[in-house]
Write a protein that binds this ligand. Sequence first.
Ligand SMILES: C[S@@+](CC[C@H](N)C(=O)[O-])C[C@H]1O[C@@H](n2cnc3c(N)ncnc32)[C@H](O)[C@@H]1O
Length: 265
Amino acid sequence: MEVMKVLHMNKGDGETSYANNSAVQGKIITTAKPVIEEAILGILCETFPESIGIADLGCSSGPNSLLVISEIIDIIHAKCRNLGRPSPEFRVSLNDLPGNDFNSIFESLPAFFKKQKQEKGIGFGRCYISGVAGSFYDRLFPDKSLHFVHSSSSLHWLSQVPPALESNATPAALNKGKIYISKSSPQCVLDAYSLQFQNNFLIFLKSRAAEMIAGGRMVLSLMGRRSIDPTTEESCYQWELLAQALMSLVTEFVSNLNKDNFGFR
Ligand SMILES: C[S@@+](CC[C@H](N)C(=O)[O-])C[C@H]1O[C@@H](n2cnc3c(N)ncnc32)[C@H](O)[C@@H]1O
């Protein structure tokens, strides 16, 4: 199954939308701010571009999409003010898969620009924000066009279910009832996910290497674990719960189907 064709966070701003259920991811962005700041100041130490290319990969929709951008702009603006220099022009690209709710981001842009101008006054540099639909496991931007790349809570998504687990061959059967790596998964399941991650991450790095200028910086925040064992509770607890919930839905569905069939006969 190709993730790119089916994946999107819940759209809009309703009760179950991503916009209303992404406070934890927002906290991750805020926690990473010192790392983002160090990276950006590193760029500005080496070169002071008149126009700075920034990309957020896996931006989703809701408050977090523009939270990270405003953090980045704040850092650059504060540095420019300290140095008595004008702010550079900001070329900001918000990337996600084509099914992402880009419309709701675009709708929030006027309020975002208004706030930036109110806070920063005439010192606020020109800022162009665009949406880029496509997979970050592919080329997304022209050669050497980006100074800073950011991605948070997104790179744990693989481009596809590892092929070895999709076929009807033995490994799929061995991981029966599980949707990811779990305590009962055999080694071949762990190997299949590891290989898929390596292949994806290599393409990700090669693509960004071509798109970034020399001396550019990248900050990637993604889930990690303290143990090298991916089957500890810390690593797979949430997947176990999700698998149980899905299995119980399937069981309920099958039992309703059987009841319907019985009634029909
Ligand atoms: C959990 S959300 C994180 C959103 C935002 N960065 C945040 O911190 O709230 C993960 C996002 O990554 C996107 N994503 C997953 N795989 C992707 C890919 N291959 N290319 C681009 N975006 C992807 C998803 O569509 C989703 O919007």
